[in-house]
Design a protein around this ligand. Structure first.
Ligand code: XMP
Ligand code: MG
Length: 191
């Protein structure tokens, strides 16, 4: 096992910035889904912190079911590669329902596309997506992102649920990783 030398560096987004943006997203989603039933599908496992904070900012009067879907991508540690595996074991029948995917970060968009395709195949009424972070780039401009927390540059970030090798998820702020891992270090990254 290699020693992990990467440590969290500069803060990109503070807990205060994150918290106030999530309140805004929650308010917007509450307005948009007012009087409707909603199934929020959070993607395991990084998303547990954002999803938990976001759903608690959605108007309690909205009927909301919560479910989870697992996505794994295979690649090196700071870049996701082509292959995405979706493990769909939804407890809620989403057919005919309004679905909101809760993502934490979109880089190439491959993970999100695979999740969107999987959920559309179950015949929902609508599928929208909220992502906390969006690394906008030439490959992902055609993605459907209905709610975006922050657009960030193409840097590797940790904290607030995001990890490097399962570390740093507990940090309350979103921070840059001090030094990028060496190229060519391949592993299986379970998100
Ligand atoms: P794609 O390229 O499929 O990638 O949009 C999305 C997945 O890649 C991981 N990812 C990150 N994880 N800090 C992380 O901790 C990052 O800066 C980062 N960028 C991408 C993440 O698992 C995401 O779901
Ligand atoms: Mg990760």
């Amino acid at each position: 096992m290699r020693e992990n030398t990467q440590s969290p560096g500069e803060t990109l987004l503070t807990r205060t910035q994150i918290g106030s943006r999530i309140r805004e997203l929650g308010q917007q989603i509450s307005v948009d889904y007012s009087g409707r039933e909603l199934v929020a599908v959070a993607v395991l496992r990084v998303r547990f912190i954002f999803a938990g904070d976001l759903v608690r900012q959605i108007d309690p009067k909205i009927s909301l079911r919560m479910d989870f879907i697992a996505a794994s991508s295979y690649g090196d540690r700071t870049n996701s590669s082509g292959h995405v595996e979706i493990n769909q074991q939804l407890q809620v029948d989403i057919s005919g329902r309004s679905v909101l995917i809760i993502e934490d970060i979109v880089e190439t968009g491959r993970t999100l596309r695979a999740i969107q395709d999987t959920l559309w195949a179950a015949d929902p009424d609508s599928v929208r997506t909220v992502t906390l972070l969006y690394k906008e780039g030439p490959d992902n401009r055609d993605l459907t992102l209905d709610y975006v927390g922050f657009r960030i540059p193409n840097v590797f970030v940790v904290g607030y649920g995001l990890d490097f090798a399962q570390m740093h998820r507990h940090l309350p702020d979103i921070r840059l990783l001090e030094s990028a891992p060496e190229d060519g270090m391949k592993d299986h990254t379970v998100q």
